[in-house]
Design a protein around this ligand. Structure first.
Ligand code: ZN
Length: 197
């Protein structure tokens, strides 16, 4: 079943989601929700979807980055972003730890604010402690684009959207992004926006 993706301005996107109890994760309600969120994410299409984006204030998100999502991107583009396929998985009640080392800046978008994009500086590496789809504790150590997806989705579970963190001078609609900036290096994007690096 395809769920409705709520748009920025709905209060649920600004709330801290409730934690799920281990006992409820295996129940039919949550298992059905996971399947529906998976279908909704594919359909959108997106690489992640958080429960608040389907109107539910709870700490649950689904993630998958399929190779076919970026099959048309140039190899150097993928290398710069460290983007590799990520198999489908579920995050429940996550605790994220940002590696204090390197930050990396790239354009990012959101299904709850379609048609726009902006540059967000994020930790290159993260550790996530969470429960999986079956309520089993998992530790995820991620880097590159996967680390960005995790940060974006976990932000949603606590009421934060990428526009809160972006470099506002880089905000634009997708039409102009595709027209002018799609193939521009990040160094030139930031320079053109008069952002000191
Ligand atoms: Zn989002």
């Amino acid at each position: 079943m395809r769920l409705k993706i709520v748009q920025l301005g709905e209060a649920v996107l600004r709330q801290r989601g409730r934690e799920l109890k281990p006992g409820e994760i295996k129940g039919k309600e949550i298992q059905d929700l996971i399947e529906w969120m998976r279908e909704t994410m594919y359909d959108a299409p997106g690489v992640g979807l958080a429960a608040p984006q389907v109107g539910l204030s709870m700490q649950l998100a689904v993630i998958e980055d399929r190779a076919e999502n970026f099959r048309d991107a140039p190899p150097e583009f993928l290398k710069e972003r460290e983007r590799k396929p990520v198999p489908f998985h579920v995050l429940i009640n996550p605790k994220i730890t940002l590696d204090p080392g390197e930050n990396v800046s790239f354009f990012e978008g959101c299904l709850s604010l379609p048609g726009f994009t902006g540059v967000v500086a994020r930790a290159r590496r993260v550790r996530v402690d969470c429960l999986d789809h079956a309520g089993v504790p998992r530790v995820i150590n991620a880097s590159g684009w996967y680390a960005r997806i995790l940060q974006h989705e976990i932000d949603h579970l606590f009421g934060t959207v990428y526009v809160d963190r972006m470099l506002p001078r880089t905000f634009m609609n997708m039409e102009n992004f595709n027209r002018y900036w799609k193939s521009t290096s990040m160094a030139d994007v930031l320079k053109s926006a008069q952002i000191e690096t």
